[in-house]
Design a protein around this ligand. Structure first.
Ligand code: TA6
Length: 313
């Protein structure tokens, strides 16, 4: 079984306007509320790929109930730890889509603060659920958690249960959890630069940065690169995954889509190149949707023929 964990899930409010004009009143053309938070997206995308998962996480108030309902509406099993606290809600993130110039700007709220106790509660839940061979996907912002070692502690626990851990986190949370032997990490370009402590300009810079993480023994390092595709270490090989040319409407969530399809390919035991083709095409199809989650499987299939993967190391 695959479990996703979203410590700080969100409603994504997507606002469509022609062009944002600062210091002016901007009247949006369209508003769309969709599900947000990375783990939630991974569970939904896996469902679209025919792969079952259970979405774990922490939700608050009416927004939290809405997130749970939206996940159920997608047919995803959930087991969120839910709190009702006066005046506290799961967050709403805002995605500004400027249609004139195809800009996609994400504005995330901090979300409700989670005290130290949440680590214990999540540890008990995960300890009761995980079986050897399961996969736990730790993904999304953890800046709202008092226990900055929460990802590390949960990853160590998962490994002790014989499960594998995939980590899609940023900043200190990613760096710290490397020591907990994740089998996969999915930094974006900026997060990889932070991880190795330097600006990575060229493909060669990125390859050597990925190789410098060798001592951590991570089987898969998936660096997503926005509109430039991805660079992926799979075992001893490193691949360049070129972006498919899709009609980009909303880039938010494409990294989650890429990660979902990559995990889906591993679960289905696809050869690496086929897994990478599927990941690139699912990410391309996801970019064509107004929503920040989901993708059109038929469109992803169409785009697969346009993917180009090359081994670069
Ligand atoms: O990757 C897209 C997305 O999950 C959006 O849906 C938005 O909710 C944001 O990223 C959440 O990211 P964060 O790192 O704040 O958890």
């Amino acid at each position: 079984m695959i479990y996703t964990l979203t410590l700080n899930p969100a409603i994504d409010r997507v606002l469509f306007l022609d062009e944002l004009k600062k210091d002016r009143t901007n009247r949006v053309k369209r508003v769309l509320d969709t599900i947000g938070g990375k783990g939630t997206h991974v569970s939904i995308n896996l469902k679209l790929l025919g792969v079952q998962s259970t979405a774990l996480g922490v939700t608050f108030g009416e927004n939290g109930m809405k997130i749970n309902e939206m996940m159920r509406a997608w047919g995803v099993d959930t087991s969120f730890i839910h709190f009702e606290k006066p005046g506290v809600q799961s967050r709403t993130n805002t995605v500004l889509i400027e249609e004139t110039y195809h800009h996609c700007t994400m504005i995330t709220e901090p979300g409700p603060q989670l005290s130290m106790e949440i680590t214990e509660q999540l540890s008990r839940q995960i300890n009761g659920l995980l079986q050897p061979g399961d996969i736990l996907i730790l993904t999304g912002d953890a800046g709202n958690v008092e226990d900055t070692a929460v990802y590390t502690k949960l990853a160590v626990l998962a490994c002790e249960k014989g499960a594998r851990v995939a980590l899609d986190a940023s900043g200190p949370y990613l760096k710290q959890a490397l020591g907990a032997s994740p089998f996969m990490i999915k930094p974006n370009h900026e997060e990889l630069c932070y991880l190795v402590g330097k600006e990575l300009i060229t493909e060669e810079d990125i390859v050597s940065a990925i190789q410098s993480l060798e001592p951590y023994g991570i089987d898969f390092i998936v660096m997503t690169w926005g509109g430039k595709g991805a660079i992926v270490k799979a075992g001893a090989e490193i691949y360049r995954v070129h972006p498919v040319s899709s009609t980009v409407i909303n880039e938010a969530g494409c990294g989650d889509a890429f990660l979902s399809a990559f995990i889906g390919g591993l679960i289905k035991d696809f050869p690496v190149e086929r897994t990478l083709k599927m990941a690139a095409s699912v990410a391309g199809a996801a970019a064509e949707l107004d929503e920040t989650t989901g993708f059109d499987p038929a469109r992803a299939k169409e785009l697969e023929s346009q993917t180009s993967i090359e081994r670069i190391a």
